[in-house]
Design a protein around this ligand. Structure first.
Ligand SMILES: [Zn+2]
Length: 660
């Protein structure tokens, strides 16, 4: 699973005059990510990346469709207007509103904010939008008309999708109003007409990679595979993966063949074979994640959202994460939880710092900064896991972060100065610990059959993310980090203080991301809110202070903080180990979901005053292949478009023929 937006990412040495922050769209920033190491790959590796890059783009629309059944049709309308804006006579204010909405639509993959899960709408009148669509049509734009439908009929049909906040208001609804169903109130396209009650006594055969539909009173699993749901894009992905095979290393080719077999059959036994082949390939310098992977989109935490990442190892930055991985057993033996949940004979987690070349589906344009897979608990226990930290994404975050971000929410200038000096380092270290010894750690009772998500349901992801964060926070002050050469003895206390302060501040600062409503939906945000508020309730480590009408969360006692983290971690591991749903729900509900809207309004006013973004969408590098007369690839070049619109239109054009 991924760790998202770092509070404070790291610094490296790219050219200082490079453009990272490309534009601001409301609360979103758009940032270019660079992959400097690509040029140093061999032609064979570059060619491999090229085929995997095409496979990544080929599957992009699967996630669009999973996220919302109307997404692709809405995107077609918006892109047709944008592509013909110059040639048509659209009122400038209307065009501004459409462009702004479309950019947010691209960044969030549809009309739902990725952090709040809530719908956003077009900020012009339906009449003005209709005029713009007609003007674009006169200039040659083509729209997705359904069999004989007029343009006006199409506009009337789509109007509630673009303009009505009450229609399909939430994409993933893990905490609906009392008495309402988590699936029925979620607008995503993973279920059609299904409620949790329908699932009682029903066993899914393709739980991860299917859409579940209630048809004539019966539940039907529409399996995502060749010949099944998403046939056309999956066939295209398979074609590119097959083209990649001859360029891959032996172990990677084995994994790709297993992935191809899974795309053909859709059967869980083939998914397991793929997970095992992927996780046991520990040495390939180029790698990909491609498929139905993370379960955050599903209110039940069962169905996988499609994503693809293509990346190569960043050798310079890999040393730290590998040191942590090599010592995983040492940490496991000292986990502050019931010894029966400690793994012995831990499989060394493969851990690399990587640079991504492209991310699509659920991983792009909004990307994680660290990933640990596979998610299948039984495979993790037997074969270990692979962790990656996305170095060039972290760098792009850092290079586009404004300094006011730290000073505004720090209680003292010293705290802000510590953050400026150390937070990038501390954050990268804790992200690596989160992925490698956090997600990689622990085991569960046999009674829950290696499958905690089935037991913890919609609470699983928040509990698992908390567990990983708590492991990192717990071991950060450990002397062992000095012995391993990960931190210098004289800086250690300051690094711990910086991270604890930053983690504490974040619980306040992250409220800026939830501009509407009074509860948190996103699991990583829930986990961070939960940990800080639990510590406030059970320790003396954190003070809430007010000065000049501004609220501050102040970490005052690092020893008390760590002690509390250890106690909470023991309980969180017990919950996972036993699959204790009621305890999970009580914990997340009490500390992770609800907040005071007045405090949020204060935070929003403070960040708006400083013009600080709430989240970031990334523009990916672009590849181009040169071929000789016989069609063989002779070179693959990388470039940086620095233009969200150009990239999104290019991706959409590349997959239009794959629509079902
Ligand atoms: Zn995580």
């Amino acid at each position: 699973m991924p760790r998202q937006t770092p509070a404070h990412p790291s610094l490296t040495g790219a050219p200082a005059d490079r453009k990272y922050l490309l534009e601001r769209i409301g609360e979103a920033a758009v940032v270019q990510v660079y992959a400097d190491g690509f040029g140093a790959l061999t032609l064979r590796e570059k060619t491999l990346v090229w085929h995997l890059y095409q496979a990544a783009i080929a599957g992009r629309d699967i996630f669009y469709d999973q996220r919302y059944a109307h997404n692709l049709e809405m995107r077609d309308v918006l892109e047709a207007v944008i592509a013909h804006a110059r040639a048509s006579e659209i009122d400038p204010d209307t065009l501004d509103a459409i462009v702004r909405y479309t950019k947010l639509f691209w960044v969030n993959t549809g009309p739902y904010n990725n952090l709040t899960a809530r719908k956003f709408v077009l900020a012009c009148t339906p009449e003005a939008f209709a005029s713009a669509v007609r003007a674009a049509a006169r200039a040659g734009a083509r729209f997705p008309l359904r069999g004989g439908e007029t343009l006006d009929a199409m506009l009337a049909r789509l109007r509630p999708l673009f303009f009505d906040l009450a229609v399909d208001p939430t994409v993933t609804s893990k905490t609906p109003p009392a008495g309402q169903d988590i699936l029925a109130t979620s607008a995503n396209n993973l279920y059609v007409g299904v409620t949790m009650k329908d699932l009682e006594g029903f066993t899914e055969r393709h739980a991860l990679n299917s859409r579940l539909v209630k048809r004539d009173g019966r539940l039907v699993e529409e399996v995502c595979r060749v010949g099944g749901r998403y046939d056309a894009p999956i066939r295209a992905i398979v074609g590119h993966l097959e083209a990649a095979l001859p360029q891959a290393t032996g172990p990677m080719a084995d994994a790709l063949r297993a992935l191809i077999a899974f795309y053909h059959s859709g059967d869980d036994v083939d998914r397991q074979a793929y997970d095992i082949a992927w996780v046991t390939d520990k040495s390939s310098p180029v790698d990909t994640i491609n498929g139905f992977v993370e379960v955050y989109l599903d209110a039940r935490s069962i169905k996988g959202a499609w994503e693809a990442l293509v990346f190569y190892v960043n050798h310079e930055k890999t040393e730290q994460i590998q040191t942590i991985a090599a010592n995983a057993q040492w940490f496991e033996d000292r986990m502050p939880w019931d010894p029966k949940y400690r793994k012995d004979g831990i499989h060394a987690t493969t851990a690399n710092a990587i640079d991504i070349v492209v991310e699509t589906g659920e991983s792009g344009p909004i990307t994680p900064v660290g990933i640990n897979l596979p998610n299948d608990q039984s495979i993790r226990e037997r074969y270990g896991s692979k962790s990656v930290s996305l170095s060039n994404v972290t760098e792009a975050y850092e290079r586009s972060t404004l300094p006011e971000f730290r000073s505004e929410f720090s209680w003292t200038p010293e705290e802000a100065a510590r953050a400026t000096q150390w937070s990038a380092f501390a954050s990268e270290l804790t992200t690596n610990m989160h992925e490698v010894i956090g997600h990689g750690s622990g085991k569960v009772n046999e009674t829950i059959a290696g499958n905690p998500p089935m037991w913890l349901k919609e609470q699983f992801s928040a509990i698992e993310e908390s567990r990983a964060d708590l492991v990192a926070l717990y071991f950060l002050p450990d002397r062992r980090l000095v012995e391993l050469g990960l931190v210098a003895a004289e800086d250690h206390a300051t690094i711990v203080q910086t991270e604890y302060e930053g983690y504490t501040r974040n619980a306040l600062v992250q409220l800026r991301r939830i501009r509407e409503g009074t509860q948190i939906e996103e699991d990583h945000m829930r986990n961070r809110q939960m940990i800080v508020h639990w510590l406030m309730a059970h320790t003396d480590a954190i003070d809430v202070r007010v000065r000049d009408g501004k609220t501050y969360y102040v970490m005052t006692d690092a020893a008390a903080f760590r002690d509390g983290v250890g106690r909470l971690l023991a309980e969180v591991q017990r919950i996972k180990g036993e699959g204790d749903y009621e305890a999970a729900r009580a914990l997340v509900e009490a500390y992770g979901v609800h907040f005071d809207p007045a405090r949020r309004d204060e935070v929003v006013a403070r960040v708006d005053h400083l013009q600080l973004p709430s989240y970031t969408g990334f523009v990916m590098p672009r590849l181009e292949a040169a071929t000789n007369a016989s069609g063989e690839i002779t070179d693959v070049t990388i470039s940086y478009p620095q233009d969200l619109t150009a990239q999104m239109l290019e991706y959409s054009a590349a997959t239009r023929h794959l629509r079902v």
